[in-house]
Design a binder for this molecule. Structure first.
Ligand code: SER
Length: 586
């Protein structure tokens, strides 16, 4: 059964448009490392921005949740997963979405009504009990005994600390061969949540207050891996058709069976699959010691450690074989996996080489350390040594230690880590003083050129064009903007000419601080107003551009050199991407 196809076809038949999966690393949202839900890339559209595909959307979205990374190894957790979703952007609301969910589950997937149960919001002092959803479920044939009213912790949804939010109604499935009980008890673990319908009516601000959105939206999400498990009658997600080939390959590589070594096999399967998706993502994440790169590093290193534990020859190309299989399995849906295949393989191989060199020695060191312990506790110095000398992410040390009931001074480790970083930062500064500071200067120039490009696009393409993302390296700038068509040669030329004209004019770049409301009232451009503090920095360039921005910028456009567009391409639905460079003026 192809659940993705069934889902998309169903919602298309209900007037929805399929949108492509957004990258797993959000392009415009520095507040999260990865998209954790299908709705995340759609946030601006819940707030009123027009989506180029209309008001009824559906997709399958690459998602990742890493807060419970340590739980991977059990039957149901994954770091990467796919989420099926349908959305109403100010279009239909509670009754329609509930009837779609019900029809899809009972008619398309043919799940017996008796196996379904529902939770709805019980209400609080601000929001009334959700009788509309409850009565719709009853009307469709769900017995009253199968509907539970729960509070905010269960039936109110928000992606993080701030953002669009609202009450929800969740659908549960009875995953057991036992007879289905008459009454639904949400704390009975045989009932598993399979689908969430969220009614995004509110926006939670940074100060904790909640305001009403200008439109009422629906956001639904169904975790693909879990639903496939349910439909295939498995209580272990890794025994479903999704994982079958990968697990079989790991069995072959290790010459052991899943039955005997489920935990390590799940960890390897999950982590390599995720590493493939993350390194194939357009953001170009590479293993490192910060942010997404650190997660990627931890995943690969943990997978290597477990491969070793299973007796796989870690110097063979085992990880590449698994990666090839993942790519083969998913490329039809996510073509970037095949397009970036070489990058993926390089990332895995080089990270393995880096870690492989020290893993063996590190494990020996670990054994030595644990043998000599007097109090079953690894102190911060030892934990740091394992990191610094042997490349053990602290989480790996903790995991190894846990297997022997040993504690690790994680807090102390972090303090030591910070102090060490501070030292290297100072070292780097010293180096810059020695004449290597130019990279910062180049990036500063690109920063200013980004504002000029944004202003030029508004003139040449359309006044309503907005920035959708930006990324700067010392080699080039990349700029995403809303636009419904491929730029013509003529338009590109005009944009280039305008930017160069402004550069040649030698316009001053002025930085001012003001309160946020004044900045907006004065017409300053910004991407997500609610993400800025009350006092903001505004950069103006002559009278052609004014933007909320943290900087840094050059002080006069003359410093930029010559602006040249290298590439213009589609980025995602309704979003175009320009790559451009600054050349020395001839
Ligand atoms: N955003 C909601 C969730 O993740 C519904 O998709 O549960």
């Amino acid at each position: 059964m192809n659940l993705k196809k069934l889902y998309i076809d169903f919602f298309i038949s209900k007037g929805h448009k399929q949108i492509p999966s957004a990258p797993i690393v959000p392009e415009n949202d520095p507040s999260v490392l990865f998209n954790t839900a299908g709705m995340q890339p759609l946030i601006p559209y819940f707030m009123g921005e027009k989506h180029p595909y209309g008001t009824r959307l559906c997709d399958y979205q690459k998602c990742m949740r890493t807060t419970d990374l340590e739980e991977i190894g059990d039957k149901t957790h994954h770091t990467f997963f796919e989420m099926l979703g349908n959305w109403s952007l100010g279009d239909y609301f509670k009754e329609e979405t509930i009837s779609y969910s019900f029809e899809f589950l009972t008619k398309v997937l043919k799940i017996p009504v008796e196996k379904l149960a529902i939770t709805v919001f019980e209400g609080d002092k601000d929001i009334p009990r959700d009788e509309i959803s409850a009565s719709m479920w009853k009307k469709l044939g769900i017995s009253e005994k199968k509907i539970a009213y729960l509070g905010k912790e269960d039936n109110f949804w928000i992606a993080g600390e701030t953002g669009p939010c609202g009450e929800d109604t969740e659908i549960f499935y009875f995953r057991s061969n036992d007879p289905v009980p008459d009454y639904f008890d949400p704390s009975d673990e045989r009932w598993v949540e399979i689908w969430n319908n969220v009614f995004l009516e509110f926006y939670k601000n940074e100060d904790g207050t909640v305001s009403e959105l200008s439109q009422r939206n629906v956001d639904t999400g169904m975790g693909l891996e879990r639903v496939v498990a349910v439909l295939e009658g498995k209580d272990d997600n890794y025994e479903t058709s999704i994982w079958k080939d990968i697990i079989e390959l790991i069995e072959q590589l290790s010459n052991t069976s899943y039955k005997d070594q489920p935990t390590s096999m799940r960890i390897i399967a999950d982590h390599i699959r995720t590493a493939v998706f993350v390194s194939a993502d357009p953001a170009g994440i590479k293993p490192s010691n910060t942010d997404q790169g650190y997660i990627l590093r931890r995943l690969i290193r943990r997978a290597i450690r477990h491969a070793k534990k299973l007796g796989i020859d870690v110097n063979s190309n085992w990880e590449l074989q698994i990666a090839h299989l993942v790519i083969k399995q998913y490329k039809e849906y996510y073509p970037e996996l095949e397009d970036n295949q070489q990058v993926v393989l390089d990332v895995l191989e080089s990270e393995k080489k880096k870690f492989g060199r020290t893993l063996e020695k590190g494990l020996r060191e670990f054994e030595k350390i644990t043998k000599n312990l007097t109090n079953q506790k690894i102190d911060k110095d030892l934990a740091f040594k394992l990191y610094d000398t042997y490349g053990f992410p602290i989480e790996l040390t903790v995991e190894l230690a846990k297997e022997q009931n040993i504690e690790v001074d994680v807090e102390g480790y972090h303090e030591k880590f910070k102090a060490h970083q501070e030292l290297s930062r100072q070292g780097a500064k010293e180096k810059f003083k020695g004449g290597l500071a130019s990279t910062g200067e180049i990036e500063t120039k690109y920063h200013t050129a980004t504002h000029l490009l944004n202003a030029a696009l508004k003139i040449v393409v359309n006044q309503d064009t907005h920035q959708k993302g930006s990324n700067i390296t010392s080699e080039r700038m990349r700029f995403d903007f809303s636009c419904d068509h491929k730029l013509t040669e003529e338009e590109k030329k005009q944009v280039e000419n305008l930017v160069n004209e402004w550069i040649e004019k030698g316009l001053p770049v002025i930085k001012t601080e003001m309160d946020k409301q004044t900045a907006i009232a004065s017409g300053a451009e910004c991407m997500f107003i609610e993400r800025y503090p009350d006092i903001v920095t505004v950069y103006s360039i002559g009278d052609i551009s004014k933007e909320l921005c943290g900087g840094p910028h050059v002080s006069n456009t003359k410093e930029l050199g010559h602006f040249k567009i290298k590439k213009e391409e589609a980025s995602s639905a309704g979003v175009r991407r320009i790559k451009a460079i600054l050349e020395e003026t001839k």
